[in-house]
Design a protein around this ligand. Structure first.
Ligand SMILES: [Zn+2]
Ligand SMILES: [Zn+2]
Length: 286
């Protein structure tokens, strides 16, 4: 197996132009490109349904795959299913599961401290997306050690950019199949770029709003908060105070009526015999 080199850490925050340019391109496509395309050509029902389905699949790839399966080991599943879930997560353009998981384990270990990658005490914009644009002296590698022992996580890390491209080619190809070149462009815009924008902000919202608004029924050890409202835009991850208290629990919303579709998916996989060792009330991080 090919080893992955570990970069030397910077000594101060360094601006990362690639992340900034990619983010600006997706925002521009969403707030300028899509309204213009809609005005001149319009979108079909097929484009909207495709975008919605890809939004659900990609979002769940992050919450079920990157977050609960890889970062927290809150359940286990077979190799083929893990590869499928991590491909879906890769479509979100949120880095490989290895890097995402390392950052996230660091977030739990150093919440609200300088080493927290999305430190909410630095304000809404920093914890929402500003942190992405800088490489800091605080390294994630020591939080990746367990993840690097997982061959499927390393496989996904190696082919991450190829996976990102397939997440854009898929809606384009389906759009061409449905409506020719115009159909392809429309599906690429809605099912590719707009879907990425929505899933990115869904994840960002957990790091920002769920450390600022809501209640703390499970403890005031850090700034994490439960917000049922955020759960509706984050596939059930709004119950963030519970999650920070019982990080390895496969549920983020522990009550049956808590809106947590990621929990329901994992539970359904268990009922089908496709997932096992579901963790409950486990305070370990991962
Ligand atoms: Zn948090
Ligand atoms: Zn977590």
């Amino acid at each position: 197996m090919r080893s992955t080199a570990i970069e030397a850490p910077p000594t101060e925050d360094i601006f990362v132009p690639l992340n900034f340019v990619l983010f600006c391109a997706i925002v521009a496509a969403t707030v300028i490109g899509i309204p213009l395309y809609s005005h001149y050509y319009g979108f079909s029902r097929f484009d909207w349904i495709l975008s919605f389905v890809m939004y659900i699949v990609t979002g769940m790839g992050i919450t079920v795959g990157y977050h609960r399966l890889v970062a927290h080991q809150s359940f286990e599943c077979s190799g083929w299913l893990k590869r499928c879930i991590l491909i879906a997560g890769g479509w979100a353009l949120q880095n490989s599961a290895l890097k995402w998981g390392g950052d996230h384990i660091r977030h739990h270990a150093k919440t609200d401290q300088e080493e927290d990658p999305y430190n909410a005490s630095k304000g809404f914009w920093h914890s929402h997306c500003g942190w992405l644009f800088y490489s800091t002296p605080h390294r994630t590698e020591k939080y990746e050690i367990r993840l690097r022992r997982d061959p499927i996580v390393m496989w996904q890390h190696r082919y991450y950019w190829l996976i990102v491209v397939t997440g854009l080619l898929l809606p384009f190809a389906l759009g061409v199949w449905h409506g020719g070149l115009h159909g392809g462009i429309a599906a690429f815009l809605l099912g590719g770029l707009f879907r990425m924008f929505m899933v990115l902000n869904s994840t960002f919202t957990i790091n920002s709003l769920c450390h600022m608004i809501g209640t703390q029924p499970h403890g005031t050890q850090d700034s994490s908060r439960d917000s049922w409202l955020v759960s509706f835009v984050s596939f059930g991850e709004g119950y963030h105070n519970f999650h920070h208290t019982y990080a390895r629990d496969f549920r983020n919303g522990p009550k049956w009526y808590n809106f947590d579709p990621s929990k329901w998916i994992i539970y359904t996989l268990w009922l089908l015999g496709l997932a096992h060792n579901l963790r409950r009330n486990d305070p370990a991080v991962g």
